[in-house]
Design a protein around this ligand. Sequence first.
Ligand code: CP
Length: 310
Amino acid sequence: MSSLKIKHLISWKDWSDEEILDLLNFAIHVKNHRANYLGHMTGRTLAMLFQKTSTRTRVSFEVAMTEMGGNAIYLDWMSSNFQLSDIDLEAEYLSRNVSIIMARMRKHEDLLQLRSGSQVPVINGCCNMFHPCQSLADILTIALDNPKPLSQLKLTYIGVHNNVVNSLIGITAAIGMHLTLVTPIAEKVNIDEETVTRAQKKGTLSWETNLHQAIGDADYIYTDTWVDMEFFNDPNFAEKKKERMELMMPYQINESLLSKTKAKVMHDMPIHSGYEITREAVRNPRSIIFQQAENRLDAQKAVILQLLEV
Ligand code: CP
């Protein structure tokens, strides 16, 4: 198979607005017709390669394959020979055994190298720059939660500019949903300028420094960890973590903040309760966090089916 013809999901940058909307509509269909896809992956295997920890991404991809009659193999980076060889060569070998690969890599460049060697579709299971599968589940959740057209809904992200934000910017631009960012920490190295430019051309992206202004007319407010998962318990990052916590604490989603908005509450999990969000806010009746996490399963199924064109 020529690698030029293979469709991958690395970031939304490689997908047209129409393709993204089609995928979202397909995910809605898959969610509403789960039984229709019970045997679609019979005889097929997904390889799941992880350089970092995961709960939702691993579980949802593995259950997706199981429910669709296929199989999933978990490959831990450190106990595989990916850690001591060229990534593209190991990927080519892997792709001669499986139908599709999902990889959670620390560095985007390493994911691109993996893609270059693969002869089957590669899905980004979250790298330092993008988390497209998460953002698909996020918009799927909003679409299922709210009957209004997505272009009439407002999403406000409150937190640190990270990989999830880049993917939210990309997908909201494609579907015409307005995204407001309240991101007191937004390091240039973490911002994907191409994605931002695409959203600015569509007029779907804005920044707000006044938190109360940003949540006033929001339909959904969304937060994520203030410290990337691999650094959260790293003693070398302790000082930076402390600085971040102090700077970000006024932006915590808590009951006081929720009293100032009618917006529903989103978080991609894992939760660091007491930091970016309180346990009370997670359990607030307006929280749709667990629906959002559950919808990873249907989003993953849609991505796998779409990439394999079955
Ligand atoms: N949201 C998310 O990707 O969860 P995991 O890190 O647990 O996979």
